[in-house]
Design a protein around this ligand. Sequence first.
Ligand code: GTP
Ligand code: MG
Length: 184
Amino acid sequence: ANQSTGKLKDHLYKILVIGDVGTGKTSIIKRYVHRFFTQHYRATIGVDFALKVINWDENTLIRLQLWDIAGQERFGNMTRVYYKEAVGAFIVFDVTRKETFDSVVNWKADLDSKVQFPDGSKIPCVLLGNKCDRQKEGIVASPSKMEEYCREHDFNAWFETSAKDNINIDEAARCLVEKILACD
Ligand code: GTP
Ligand code: MG
């Protein structure tokens, strides 16, 4: 996905956004791409798409094709199709609901079993603890434990985010893009 026109590099990256129902995947994408938030919940059906264009530096344009996958798809059999040729992923949980954190390992295992680079290595993956504008529950309240968790489970990094208050979403995306560029 690298077309050179003169000195300008143009990258197109397919990014997955996965995690349990209602954790805020769609809200994070809406905030990141459209600068918008709503309290109103409408479940994603199947998959939605969004495109974010980043002027990374004076020589580099990056297009992120964001695949917003419905939380209920973990119990379906389409994820193999959706994950195909992705080069990065966010796994999202809800810091107020511990059960959504417990599911993270299942999402990560599903991801790593279904998508790898041609050399067999794992694609970059960043963990997002969303709704950090609210009261946290479980180990997400302990940054040192979260760091250990990320090492153990092969996450490149983790961030607490809020789609509502626009916390850490640009930072998390920048971090994932940096990891992807390092693999490219
Ligand atoms: P599925 O499409 O069913 O998988 O859910 P989703 O992960 O896309 O969740 P969605 O973005 O639709 O958000 C679910 C609910 O959480 C909505 O009512 C949002 O308004 C709310 N929400 C999302 N992000 C935040 C946040 O950062 N803070 C707060 N307080 N609420 C949020
Ligand atoms: Mg959704």
